[in-house]
Ligand binder design. Sequence first.
Ligand code: 13P
Length: 251
Amino acid sequence: MRRPLVAGNWKMHGTRASVAELIEGLRRQVLPAGVEIAVCPASLHVVQVVDGLAGSGVVVGAQDCAVEPQQGALTGELAASQLQDAGCTLVLVGHSERRQLLGESDECVVRKFVAAQACGLIPVLCVGETLEQREAGETLAVVRCQLAAVIDAQGIGVFARAVVAYEPVWAIGTGLTASPEQAQEVHAAIRAQLSAHDAEVAAAVRILYGGSVKAANAAELFGMPDIDGGLVGGASLNADEFGAICRAAGN
Ligand code: 13P
């Protein structure tokens, strides 16, 4: 049985004051015991959130890490080892906003994935197609390629300590959610691709859906056989809404 994971990606949101409020709101939630819950604040707020959520059962992740695992001369970047030291347990790699807006290549994403694992962090590998690619019928090929970049470079074994997040770019922040069937099709393809290399690893890996997840659509999405939780953007900035999404994953 795969334990569901719901992760909030706060993106470039928050001030110390609003983060403190969000921490308080999260601490008031009744959270399901069978679900792993994480939040990924801006790096600036990681320490505040780690301290604020201590003992709550909610773990903290980062939104990105440097390609180099250890500290060094890399102005503006954060090493996975530093994130681990600050209390993070996971890190997003290859989010579409970074792939698209900051030009992150598959090669760069693979290096970040490796750096994360080298420091004991769980990488959450984000994959997904643009609207143009979906309309051209390229969805499965695009996702296959993004996933293959890691498998080809590192082997299948690394997925025993990783999470995959399918986030169709056209569904991110747009209010357009993939239908449960659309998402399931891609999730099943991801698991089949992993399974072709190692069925046991594939059966255990958690594949999250991301893209306009909210309390109103979470239960339906999480009810699909290969959807093991969510990566939640906007709705994770509201503690009550996020709490409801976490509870949906527990049902
Ligand atoms: P939204 O939930 O705001 O669509 O964002 C999804 C996302 O990008 C999470 O990483």
